[in-house]
Ligand binder design. Structure first.
Ligand SMILES: Cc1ncc(COP(=O)(O)O)c(C=O)c1O
Length: 378
């Protein structure tokens, strides 16, 4: 049988986690939190699972949750908000809503691994624009230059996985100019790390720009905000005409996501603002990891948001990052993700991505092990 995705194998996240488990290494590879959600939220889930909220929800999501999201984001609960099976499904459905075979889609690289296959499955043609190394800024002139009559969509992610970069006001206004010049162009904005920002950086949601809001699918998730990646509950915010198309696809991909979680999250959003402490929580973890790390051995790149810290070893050796990440896992006992996997052509800047959403003990032990690890890189 001919594969629709011939280049896709088992993801690096699965492989590195399996390797970390097999050699008993500290797993700073896959991006999931190493701690439990708030017991209040867990209690609400248990409550709704034992009080009759176990059947299909409305396809758009339970009204209580959409109401809470409407209050938080200023979108209309009935016509502009759709609860999805994680941000993954929101992204997939949004891409499928606008991309037809032969349409070009601008993907900013390095890029989260879902974007490319989701575009390809619609018959879309990826057009890659790279963030400028070493600052990972977006060259908007280049984006503009790559737009043709067939360009249908731009995919953006801020705070950005894997670089930790955050879009600035200048980025937003450059994007506005582009969108204004191209009436048939849409935007998918992946904002799953919206509440994890450091050193005074602010999250500028595309939903805050009247120009962009009209053309943008905001894809988001509760996964990273509430330490519940396994609940797979996310949402898409989009104006009514885009939401109408998205829901056509959503209803046949999943119809709805896990009902008790939707009710639990509705209660939780109503009763707390726990997301407000997230930046401080993760900023402390990032600083703990970095303060223990010998930065002469692995050189940290700036992390403005997300729970990822990139470390460069380019000054130590030029071995491929895919090889170095395996060596560090097996010999030093710390698993990471080689950032070349986030590029379509495997561009290798000799940078590894470490997830610091782990308990303090794990972060301290990982940094100490990395401090001794240069001997494995010769
Ligand atoms: C940038 C980005 N987008 C989307 C997702 C997927 O989110 P969810 O687990 O809610 O599907 C992730 C998860 O790692 C991510 O890092």
């Amino acid at each position: 049988m001919t594969s629709r995705l011939p280049a896709v194998g088992t993801s690096i996240f699965t492989r590195m986690t399996a390797l970390a488990n097999s050699v008993n290494a500290l797993n700073l590879a896959q991006g999931f939190p190493g701690f439990e959600p708030d017991p209040v939220l867990a209690e609400r889930l248990a409550y709704h699972a034992s009080h009759g909220k176990n059947q299909y929800s409305p396809a758009a999501g339970v009204p209580e949750l959409r109401h809470q999201l409407a209050l938080k984001y200023g979108y209309h609960a009935d016509t502009e908000i759709t609860v999805t099976c994680g941000a993954s499904e929101a992204l997939f459905s949004a891409i499928a809503s606008v991309v037809s075979p032969g349409d070009e889609v601008i993907i900013i690289e390095p890029a989260y691994d879902l974007y490319l296959p989701a575009v390809q499955l619609q018959g879309g043609i990826p057009v890659f624009v790279r963030m400028k190394y070493p600052d990972f800024t977006i060259d908007w002139q280049e984006v503009q230059d790559r737009i043709t009559a067939r360009t249908r969509l731009i995919l953006l992610n801020s705070p950005h996985n894997p670089t930790g970069k955050v879009l600035t006001a200048a980025d937003i206004s450059a994007l506005e100019q582009i969108v204004l010049q191209h009436p048939g162009l849409f935007v998918v904005s992946d904002e799953v790390y919206e509440h994890i920002l450091f050193d005074g950086h602010q999250h500028l949601s595309l939903s805050q720009s009247p120009v962009l809001r009209e053309r943008t699918f905001i894809c988001n998730s509760f996964a990273k905000t509430y330490h519940i990646t396994g609940w797979k509950t996310g949402y898409c915010l989009a104006p009514e005409n885009l939401t109408r198309e998205l829901r056509k696809i959503h209803q046949y991909i999943t119809f709805c996501t896990f009902t008790p979680a939707q009710y639990a999250l509705a209660d939780y959003l109503e009763s707390t603002n726990s997301h407000q402490v997230l930046s401080e929580f993760y900023s402390r973890k990032r600083d703990l990891f970095l303060s223990t790390l010998d930065t002469a051995v692995f050189r940290p790149l700036p992390s403005e948001g997300t729970f990822f810290q990139n470390l460069s070893y380019a000054h130590l050796c030029q071995r491929p990052d895919t090889e170095v990440s395996v060596v560090l896992t097996e010999k030093a006992g710390v698993a990471s993700i080689p950032t070349s996997v986030f590029y379509s052509d495997a561009t290798d800047h000799h940078i590894l991505r470490f997830c610091f959403a782990k308990d303090d003990e794990t972060l301290l032990a990982a940094a100490q092990r990395l401090n001794q690890a240069s001997r494995f890189l010769g």
